[in-house]
Design a protein around this ligand. Structure first.
Ligand code: FES
Ligand SMILES: [Fe+2]
Length: 351
């Protein structure tokens, strides 16, 4: 049984990662997945294991819309059905590889690992900012050697900006003091954190002339299985929240897809939306985000090493409110699928 919820759409790749011709592969939820495009451009996801002797199909080749295994030459169509077995005229009835439901939307390829008949594209989270002319960004994918739930925890508690990111995204302990509003929404939570009259983050000073204190906001949806859709920004302090004059606004879409139980693919973008004219700004924002993500990665990797030592104390504090609720949502999703509760290194006490 899978330790991951299966009845969800997971991001398998950015659109640009899968070329118009050629084979791309990635491990997703512990399973090898082959991604490629038909001659129409439509993307397809198949099990990356040949049903003959388990050779990885990405070591074979694409022939039109079909895939030829590079070991003994069996040929499969985009539905995963075997069309040809070299040296024989009959095709074994079981000669079939799995095809995953896959939808390309807003520059992400969304894969459904659950029963195909339950794959409803209407359930795909709306990452519109990944595909909007007003929001330019540098797309990126990292793979971190940690359990995806620890990154979910991190993204659901921005109090860490004050400490992990003191020299980058934070710049004030008042971010940690602020009490976020947490709302239950279909598929997850909405977290709203507003902070008034604080110094701008060191990161913001690189992009904008900000002589005084600012008001900052972070409003995001966090959805199963680990999708963050965020509107954030800052503006000179002393105005109503709905007054946007002089505001620096950012849209960010981030998706966590377990590679294995202990490693995670992290797809992300952050786009500046204020009236800038600097064509290099999206790249500069990306570079700053990479620096901050290195800070997160170092902390979470070290945290996971501690959790691997055995059951750890997990004293709940107020800052855990959103992540504890999300862990409950995740547990209910797993229970609804009949999966055993995951071994989460003592984190069950947070539920
Ligand atoms: S392993 Fe693919 S044809 Fe033999
Ligand atoms: Fe962080």
């Amino acid at each position: 049984m899978s330790p991951f919820p299966l009845n969800c759409w997971y991001v398998a790749a950015w659109s640009h990662e899968v070329p118009s011709s050629g084979l791309f592969h990635r491990t997703i939820l512990g399973q090898p997945v082959l991604l490629y495009r038909l001659q129409t451009g439509e993307a397809v996801a198949l099990d990356n294991r040949c049903c003959h002797r388990a050779a990885p199909l990405h070591l074979g080749r694409q022939e039109g819309d079909n895939i030829r295994c590079g070991y003994h030459g069996m040929l499969f169509n985009p539905q995963g059905a075997c069309l040809e077995v070299p040296g024989q005229t009959t095709i074994p009835r079981e000669a079939q590889i799995r095809r995953y439901p896959l939808v390309e939307r807003n520059n992400w390829l969304w894969l459904w690992p659950g029963p195909p008949e339950q794959a409803d594209p209407a359930l795909i989270p709306d990452n519109w900012a990944c595909n909007h002319p007003d929001w330019r960004y540098v797309p990126d994918t990292h793979t971190w050697p940690v359990d995806w739930r620890l990154i979910c925890d991190n993204l659901l508690d921005f109090s860490h900006l004050s400490y992990v990111h003191a020299a980058t995204l934070g710049g004030s302990t008042e971010i940690a003091q602020a009490k976020p509003v947490i709302d239950r929404i279909p598929g997850g939570l909405r977290v709203t954190r507003r902070v008034r009259d604080v110094p701008p983050a060191p990161y913001h000073r690189r992009f904008a002339d900000l002589p005084g204190n600012v008001d900052r906001w972070f409003i995001y949806e966090f959805l199963l299985p680990g999708i963050l859709l965020m509107h954030s920004g800052l503006k000179p302090t002393g105005h109503r929240w709905d007054e946007m004059q002089g505001a620096l606004r950012l849209e960010s879409c981030q998706a966590l897809t377990p590679e294995t139980a202990d490693s995670t693919h992290y797809f992300f973008m952050q786009a500046p939306g204020f009236g800038h004219t600097d064509p290099d700004l999206p790249a500069a924002i990306h570079a700053s985000l990479i620096q901050a993500f290195a800070e997160d990665r170092a902390m979470i990797t070290a945290q996971q090493a501690m959790l691997k030592l055995g059951p750890s104390p997990m004293v709940a504090i107020a800052a855990d409110a959103a992540l504890a609720r999300f862990r409950q949502i995740l547990q209910r999703a797993l229970q609804a699928e009949g999966a055993p509760l995951p071994d989460d290194g003592g984190n069950a006490s947070w539920a």
